[in-house]
Ligand binder design. Structure first.
Ligand SMILES: [Zn+2]
Ligand SMILES: [Zn+2]
Ligand SMILES: [Zn+2]
Length: 547
């Protein structure tokens, strides 16, 4: 046997030199020498035997078969391995080929309510957690709210991919594959509809002010940005019409006084004069009284109120003097008296408390009632106008909170939706919505553009994981969950369980999981391409929905 194995010519002391027996004098220690020689000649055989025994022992302890003679002589290839090609782990450890090594978790099938297979909300024992968690009513209601709000991506009820498991040979193999995991945590979720838009002055708190009569701007007293109060004078216009009305008023008062005096005189002579003369005087008085009222009203229409009774007893000149700065407070009147001889002045007053946001007039400029001289806005409340995609408009309701971040600002302002347009823009397919924003601190400016969010739902504690953890496998969304026995010992099978998930709100690279994962489970977030590749291999490339 040894000759065959090592393939060497045999060396035997009995046949080494048959024709020349060694002289005994040259070999003083005949027996010892013979034994030594025999040992040396047999050494290769001994080594080979020892190696075979060692291989046999190793093979025995590792459930190998002792190699056949043919294998060892090179007449067949050496096939000594324990490897499951399909699942990429030692065959003896493959939990997929040997389910007894790790019995599959229970299969509860499809959950109609949450749209996942093996729903952890209804069957928390499917969670890869050592201790089965308790699902509270609040958690169930939270899932209900998320599902009731809007349509969520659906999973295929018939797909069995959630039953699959992916195994690695060792934790080192997991790390070498670049697989990274994350503890499933809870965080707050705010679901919103976004829209772009702008801050505008509330037009119900906006005034466009003009002169009530044509004229020229004599003084402009206020500028853009000035705070003004209701009634405050912004400019002074010199209008001939005003002077004429004042003259008319004085004339009318004088004429009325005369008519009254005449009537009273004739009335005192009753009986001595014809009744028709008294009637005529009475009618003239009535006409003059009406004239006074008419001019008084014309002035009042210009915002120039006159207390006729307080001036009626003055002299004509005193009346003219008193009316000269009609409509101006005494302080201004005194100031103007030295600056102009005109009696045509009329103030342009603010109709509300606010800020001057526009000024379209300079001194000496011709003004007309049609032309806006000032815009005054009350910026303590502003309008936020947002454009929302038509498809999302059905999600929004009056009263919902709105948050707006002006471009270039970090601070969000908030308000509540007060109006939703019933029509969509034909071109942009956008629906306009409006919110009133408290701007008491004055941080918002008109025509400020930015991004708005209409808050649909807020949850304090939702399951949220990186988007990279969720995979669309053709007909359902899955995650890879680390088996709860993964770290029981270094020898524990390194298994990841597939799990159906129902996704909710997506915010950047984070996604809410409505159902399918429970807090404290461990989910693959990085390198899951390796797991997917293994999954496809297991399914013979047929993908998610193949059985
Ligand atoms: Zn296998
Ligand atoms: Zn369920
Ligand atoms: Zn599927």
């Amino acid at each position: 046997m040894s000759q065959s194995v090592i393939g060497r010519p045999s060396v035997n002391p009995d046949t080494s030199s048959p024709d020349t027996p060694a002289p005994t004098d040259q070999r003083p220690h005949g027996l010892v020498w013979k034994l030594g020689r025999w040992f040396l000649d047999g050494l290769p055989t001994i080594i080979v035997m020892s190696v075979l025994v060692a291989i046999g022992y190793y093979g025995h302890t590792h459930h190998w078969k002792i190699p056949t003679f043919a294998e060892l002589t090179g007449q067949a290839k050496l096939v000594v391995k324990d490897w499951c090609e399909e699942h990429g782990v030692p065959e003896s450890k493959c939990v997929i080929c040997n389910p007894d090594l790790m019995p599959a978790s229970p299969d509860y099938g499809w959950c109609t309510e949450h749209g996942v297979n093996n729903c952890p909300l209804h069957h928390p024992d499917v969670a890869e957690l050592k201790k089965t968690p308790v699902i509270t009513e609040a958690t169930m209601q939270q899932a209900d709210r998320a599902l009731a709000l809007r349509e969520r991506p659906d999973n295929n009820a018939a797909c069995k991919v959630y039953q699959k498991r992916i195994q690695f040979a060792s934790n080192e193999a997991v790390q070498q594959a670049g697989v990274d995991v994350e503890l499933v945590d809870q965080e707050s979720v705010t679901e919103w509809v976004s829209g772009t838009g702008e801050i505008r002055y509330d037009p119900t708190r906006l005034a466009n002010l003009s002169s009530r009569v044509p004229g020229t701007a004599w003084r402009v007293l206020k500028n853009v940005g000035d705070q003004v109060e209701e009634g405050e004078i912004l400019a002074v216009v010199d209008a001939a019409e005003v002077g004429l009305l004042k003259t008319d008023l004085v004339k009318a008062i004088v004429a009325e006084k005369l008519a009254r005096k005449n009537f009273e005189r004739l009335n005192g002579l009753k009986g001595a004069i014809a009744g028709k003369d008294i009637l005529e005087a009475e009618s003239i008085l009535a006409k003059e009284e009406a004239e006074v009222l008419s001019v008084e009203q014309a002035l009042a229409n210009l915002g120039l109120s006159v207390d006729v009774s307080s001036i009626a007893n003055l002299s004509k000149q005193a009346m003219i003097d008193r009316l000269r700065f009609l409509g101006f407070p005494n302080e201004l009147a005194e100031q103007f008296r030295s600056q102009t001889a005109s009696a045509n002045l009329i103030p342009v007053r603010s109709s509300m408390n606010g800020v001057i946001t526009e000024r379209n007039v300079v001194s000496s400029e011709v003004v007309t009632p049609e032309r806006t001289l000032f815009e005054v806005a009350d910026p303590s409340w502003m309008w936020l106008i947002l454009n929302v995609p038509l498809e999302e408009a059905s999600l929004i309701q009056v009263g919902q909170q709105v948050r707006f971040q002006p471009n270039g600002s970090r601070k969000e302002v908030t308000g509540n939706l007060s109006w939703i347009s019933t029509a969509a823009d034909k071109q942009t397919r956008m629906v306009k919505v409006r919110a009133e924003i408290d701007n008491a601190e004055g941080q918002l400016r008109d025509e400020t553009f930015g991004a708005g969010r209409i808050i649909l739902r807020q949850e304090k504690q939702a399951v949220v994981i990186p988007r990279s953890a969720v995979h669309w496998e053709g007909c359902c969304q899955v995650v890879f969950v680390r088996n709860k026995h993964y770290f029981d010992s270094p020898e524990s099978p390194k298994v990841f369980q597939l799990r159906n998930v129902r996704t909710g709100f997506v915010n950047g690279n984070r996604v809410e999981i409505i159902a399918g994962l429970l807090p404290d489970e461990v989910v693959v977030t990085q390198g899951s391409d390796v797991l997917r590749a293994q999954l496809l291999k297991n399914s013979l490339g047929a993908g998610c929905c193949a059985e």
